[in-house]
Design a protein around this ligand. Structure first.
Ligand code: ADP
Ligand code: ZN
Ligand code: ZN
Length: 817
């Protein structure tokens, strides 16, 4: 009897490849183990065994594998089942999923480049001969290709040696350069306790009379401390007293000043006693009980809890119970919300049982978490992670929490698999027969809809913890303010007044300016109107090069207007404004305030975001200007005022979810204000204070928002009422992609008629020299999704058999929103 294996290769092949194996290999191999295999003329890949069987392939002669790389599977059968689901549901290949799922160190291939590991010195006596040869070679050369290694060892299959070296941490596979973790300490100074009495201080100043510079430093520190309770940095002190840091150091050496450090970066678990979880208040207790009750007959439950209602503490109770049963927990949250604040909170309760999985971790760090999860190690009982942690090798999952479930960043847009981590989590939990809890203060319409349809359980928590009042939200009509000349730049007199008062009270301010303010929509400076598409309920996008306004959903277009269609004013704005401009204006308006900015530009690097948050927590910042990054579940004690600079550019964003997202963003950012006893204040500047969404935000009326938006979704055939698949075609030649997309859309129409929209050029129609065309397929609930996908695949197959179109790239995006 002959034996074969179907293996997944980490490349986008439609079919699995079959290799032949010996009887002994067949006895040893299991699905989920890696094998090194030859592919094509000279390539070697790492493949993953998917299935072992006796059926020889009919169209090609199966090659033999080179080598088995694992003793035991590194991917379990549950994962393979999940991969299979992802590839079917999101219309991608298993190879795509494999590449997304496995840390790159697991996927050795001909193109892999290895370098000497900088992590640690390796005891060379522990290396086998072949290992040593390579290790040695890396002392002379900074990196080696697989091909070089083959030459050095004079054999073809070298992946096993490389694998062993990686396991011994002697080498690393090439990857992006990651910042290495270094806890960052900021040095602060205070006057030594010996000088706390007035007498002692006077004595000291007398003594320092012959060292005027040192005396200045002490005086300066004294006066800074009198005005603020914030810690004083060494750098700040030397700047303020206009002396070099050496003088400050001299005073520290003398024992006049005392230095101390506050760690600003991620705090690693230090192994202290764990804290007991908090006693829930009555509302939390009820909610917890309701969640548990709903889990009796529902696999998924949505927890709608207003900002600061104490959802996290409820999660903690649920986690405790699951851990007691010896099961694993996955706590998913948007990458950016994965902050020290939350990590510390969970580590306080659960200590070393918490593992963190972050895309900015190096591949070695990721392999470590992977192995801990795979081995069901105590260290990975709870995995706190972003989107990609759904791929970890859980074998005993009891609960998945998806926090901030409404967040768009759970969806991966590029590359394939274009999966949504929340929806994938639900499937993963089902395979494990585990429960999923979705949590949010502003649930997505689709989850709320599912809850309403009783597809999900539903629990509400509408009281803030400690009865802290919801912030007071005020809408500021900037159309009126402009008319009455009460605007300074983008700031209304109301906002300036509130900021001034907040700063006087030594409280902090957050100013929110949506990044999308840069999107090219046209807005009237007099009345705030933006031209809308008559068919789609979205703002038209300004295309400068054609001087046109276009709808990028249905293709409707008109030439650019010269004056406002609503009020006739010729004063039109097509620029939008961004965080940078706001920051500049703030600095001029409030020259004494410490201003910082948080957006994509200022938060690069592993800890960029973290640093700004820490600075805000430590009150080193008075006013923080930022984008939607600010909205992510942060808990700041001293933020009293939140200003939303311009609500209209969010509302007018050309997307069917613009209104839903605007509501979510504004409610979330408002939730940052006044989380302690004092009631927070939110000012929303808008041209259109009577806009329903703004009314709903200011009264925190989720239900009204939901009902109204759902109406639109019915009328305009959008999700969650209809399903949606977006097909994008790309090519560097415009004519070719245009013809190709017309052909594609026409073929789809033969199946789906009017449910096919486009082809249409997106607002940015050329990216990296590739022209894009989009086609949208809308799928009514009663139409079979599987059949729809089959038809699309059929069209796509015929498409790629046309010679002219073969070079056009086709991207399928299921649930592209
Ligand atoms: P949410 O996640 O709903 O925004 P959090 O869980 O962050 O709310 O809770 C808000 C604040 O209230 C946090 O500072 C948290 O520590 C505190 N808190 C919540 N529940 C309790 C409790 N039962 N006992 C003490 N403090 C609590
Ligand atoms: Zn107008
Ligand atoms: Zn349209």
């Amino acid at each position: 009897m002959r034996y074969f294996i179907d293996i997944i290769l980490p490349i986008p092949l439609q079919k699995l490849f079959t290799y032949s194996i010996t009887t002994a290999e067949a006895e040893f191999l299991k699905p989920g183990m890696r094998v090194a295999v030859p592919f094509g003329k000279s390539k070697i890949y790492t493949g993953l065994v998917f299935r072992i069987h006796n059926e020889a392939p009919t169209v090609y002669e199966a090659k033999e594998i080179h080598q088995i790389l694992d003793e035991t599977p590194i991917v379990n059968s549950i994962q393979l089942e999940l991969w299979h689901w992802i590839s079917k549901y999101y219309m991608c290949t298993l190879g795509d999923v494999m590449r997304a799922a496995l840390p790159s160190a697991f996927i050795l291939e001909s193109e892999t480049v290895v370098t000497k590991s900088s992590l640690k010195e390796v005891d060379e006596s522990l290396l086998k001969d072949d290992e040593f040869l390579i290790y040695e070679a890396l002392h002379h050369q900074s990196s080696l290709k697989i091909h070089d290694i083959s030459n050095i060892l004079d054999k073809k299959n070298v992946l096993p040696v490389i694998k062993r070296l990686i396991e011994k941490e002697a080498i690393a596979v090439e990857e992006e350069v990651y910042e290495k973790y270094k806890p960052k300490l900021v040095r602060y100074v205070k006057l030594h306790v010996n000088y706390s009495s007035e007498e002692a201080l006077q004595d000291l100043l007398d003594k320092l009379s012959r060292a005027p510079k040192q005396r200045d430093v002490v005086m300066t520190l004294f006066s800074i401390s009198a005005t603020t309770r914030k810690p004083v940095k060494v750098s700040e002190l030397s700047n303020e007293s206009k002396v070099s840091p050496q003088i400050v150091k001299a005073l520290i050496d003398k024992g006049v000043l005392e230095e101390y450090y506050i760690q600003t970066d991620r705090v690693q678990y230090s192994g202290d006693e764990n804290e007991a979880s908090k006693n829930l208040n009555e509302h939390q207790q009820t909610a917890l009980k309701e969640v548990k009750d709903s889990f009796k007959n529902q696999n998924v439950t949505l927890l709608h809890g207003v900002t600061s209602s104490g959802k996290t503490e409820i999660y903690v109770k649920l986690i405790e119970e699951v851990l007691e049963k010896g099961k694993q927990v996955l706590y998913l949250l948007p990458e950016i919300a994965l902050t020290t604040q939350l990590v510390n909170r969970l580590q306080n309760y659960f200590g070393e049982q918490v593992s963190i999985f972050h895309s900015k971790y190096s591949t070695n760090e990721r392999v470590e978490v992977w192995n801990n999860v795979l081995n069901n190690s105590v260290k990975a009982r709870i995995v706190l992670g972003a989107r990609s942690s759904v791929f970890l090798p859980f074998n005993n999952l009891g609960l998945i929490i998806v926090d901030e479930e409404h967040e768009q960043s759970f969806k991966q847009f590029d590359p394939a698999p274009r999966y949504h981590a929340r929806d994938t989590a639900v499937v993963l939990a089902n395979i494990h027969k585990a429960k999923t809890l979705l949590g949010s203060a502003t649930p997505s319409l689709e989850s709320y809809f599912n809850a309403k349809q009783a597809k999900y359980g539903f629990v509400e928590l509408l009281h803030r913890f400690n009865n802290v009042l919801m912030p007071d939200i005020e809408l500021v009509d900037i159309k009126d303010k402009h008319k009455r000349k009460r605007m300074t730049g983008h700031f209304s007199d109301r906002l300036i007044k509130e900021i001034t008062e907040t700063l006087d009270e030594k409280q902090q301010v957050i100013l929110f300016q949506n990044r999308r303010g840069f999107s090219p929509i046209v807005e009237c400076n007099t009345c705030g109107h933006s031209p809308q598409c008559p068919n789609c309920d979205v703002s038209l996008t300004y295309h400068q090069y054609r001087s046109q306004l276009r709808c990028h959903y249905c293709g409707y277009n008109m030439s650019m207007v010269q004056d406002c269609m609503a009020c006739g004013s010729p004063d039109l704005d097509s620029k939008g404004f961004g965080t940078e401009q706001i920051e500049e204006e703030v600095k001029i308006l409030f020259p004494d305030a410490k201003v910082a900015r948080m957006d994509l530009d200022t938060t690069r690097g592993k800890y960029g975001y973290e640093k700004i948050i820490t600075a805000l927590e430590q009150q080193e910042i008075d006013i923080l200007v930022g984008t939607q990054m600010l909205t992510k579940g942060l808990d700041f004690r001293n933020v009293k005022l939140v200003g939303i600079m311009n609500a209209d550019n969010m509302l007018n964003f050309p997307d069917f979810r613009a209104h839903e997202r605007s509501f979510q963003l504004m409610v979330q950012v408002s939730g940052r204000a006044g989380r302690t006893e004092e009631r927070g204040k939110v000012l929303i500047q808008t041209y259109n204070p009577y806009h329903n969404i703004l009314q709903q935000v200011s009264t925190n009326n989720f239900i009204d928002m939901f009902n109204e938006q759902m109406n639109d979704r019915y009328n305009f055939k959008y999700p969650p009422v209809y399903k949606q698949i977006k097909i994008t075609l790309k090519h560097k030649d415009y004519n070719r992609v245009e013809n190709a997309s017309i052909w594609f859309a026409k073929s789809l129409r033969q199946f789906f008629g009017d449910s096919v929209l486009g082809p249409e050029s997106p607002p940015i129609s050329r990216i990296r020299n590739q022209f894009h065309k989009n086609i949208l397929v809308k799928i009514p609930k009663k139409q079979s999704l599987a059949k729809t996908k089959e038809a699309i695949i059929k069209v796509n197959n015929s498409f790629s058999s046309i010679k002219d179109f073969r070079s056009v790239k086709v991207i399928l995006n299921v649930d592209n929103f």
